[in-house]
Design a protein around this ligand. Sequence first.
Ligand code: NAP
Length: 527
Amino acid sequence: MQRAATVAIVFAPMISLQSYVQGRWITGTGDPKTLHDPATEAVLGDVRPGGVDFAATLAHARDVGGPALRALTFAQRGELLKALATKVHEHRDELIEIAGKNGGNTRGDAKFDLDGCSGTLAFYAQLGAGLAAQKHLPDGDGTQLGRTPRFWGQHIFVSRPGVALHINAFNFPAWGMGEKMACALLAGVPVIEKAGTPSAMLAFRLAQLIVDSKILPEGAFQFLPGSAVGLLDLLGPMDAVAFTGSSVTGALIRGNKNLVARNVRVNIEADSINPAVLGPDVESGGDTFEQFLGNLAIDMTQKAGQKCTAVRRILVPTDKVAEVQEALVERLRAVRIGNPLDGDVRMGPLASSEQLRDVRAGMQRLQAVSDTILGGPAAIRDQGYFVGPTLLCAKQADAAVLHELEVFGPCATILPYDGAVATAVDLVNRGGGGLVASAYSDDRTFVESLVHGIAPWHGRIWLGSEKTMGQALGPGAVLPATIHGGPGRAGGGEELGGMRGLHPYMQRTAVQGDRAVVDRAFGRGQG
Ligand code: NAP
């Protein structure tokens, strides 16, 4: 396979991040955007927009990367993913350090991101292996379409000869890129990965590793650390955009005139005011109560609360509010905050000065309708973009701002409710559509009614009970076997979910004709 020269892998201080396009590394030509260590505010490097010929970048993916990927079977593409997963894992320690320096990640935060990346790549590698030598995927069973079974129909999925543009958020530079890449590459579609700027150093180092490893055919992977503005205007009907970020940017992308006019597939993963519901049956001190508190404390402080799946609204029966406040405050006070490179630290800073500004402003807006139980927007250190874990308690659980404003930091609000399932359903669904709702109860009737009431508004519902104690990661973890995404303000998108994750990059086609032809070539077990 033909390969262009790549730069030597270097990760030096004061680095100017480059794009990898058309088989070479390119430094941008526009005004630099500075990258910082959010714990010390030290300047680490920059990203410069411009200098990339977007039309040529797309052509390189479509004409060079796509055909090379589609010449491989699913199983062979799965092998590539397996090698990528191994590569990420081999460089784990170095990558953890970068995530600490440029992303404000503690070691635990960074592992969550990096192991999520390699784990998802490995998961899809295994799915690919299970598909053996197929080049298309039968979708369900065939069906009779004519007067007799002779005229037969079968749905199949085939790879689309386009490019996947992945626009990633700053908070998961590794996992975000890895999970999107895994699905598109296994589907046979080349990727262009655009990193979120504030934490782009980790994504850049990953890109260096991927390119230098020569695991992927040339053109299958291209990388942009800077702006992708203008690229959307050049996409066509076989291409796909998968975006992760705020609902405001998501709406901008969905409304792009070219994407609308050419019916380019767009998947939006946006923000969500995720709820956690404590059932009226749960007594303090029991396993279900402890699980509830433990997951809340993790969600509020992991990645300093900068997780799209973190709990923002905590529904607690009125008679249990005082004990929940006391127990949660105790756990949050025990979290050591500081420079994430210090091994004892459990919560680092926010990722950027813009994040700090937005989180402080958002906390103030929530405080206007709540009592402050712990923390608040005040500075907790002289240096760095730090804010403390902040627990609020709503004066009025139905105040609109509590259900509409995402404060993307270590902040959540208790919403007292009367313990009735109908009240819980009403409050939860005021979020306008979410990524994940969690509920903690051992009352099966309560749980069943709650799930029926909130399922249409959520992509995922996570149920905690005595039986699930210690069994699994909490609701904040996105697992590749089940879908990630949600309706309404969460973007209306869907990613992952096993084989479902490949569908955005493939065309579903109904093949109709003589059963002997259709079934033999395209039925289940053929391919
Ligand atoms: P953001 O400001 O919306 O940016 C997301 C991405 O879009 C970045 O790569 C950004 O690039 C890019 N972008 C911005 N304007 C663009 C435009 N006009 N055209 C093309 N690309 C554009 O979000 P963020 O601050 O990075 O991430 C935090 C948000 O993401 C939170 O609201 C969080 O809830 C959400 N999130 C959702 C999920 C999910 O799976 N649903 C996961 C993680 C985060 P630059 O960085 O260069 O501006």
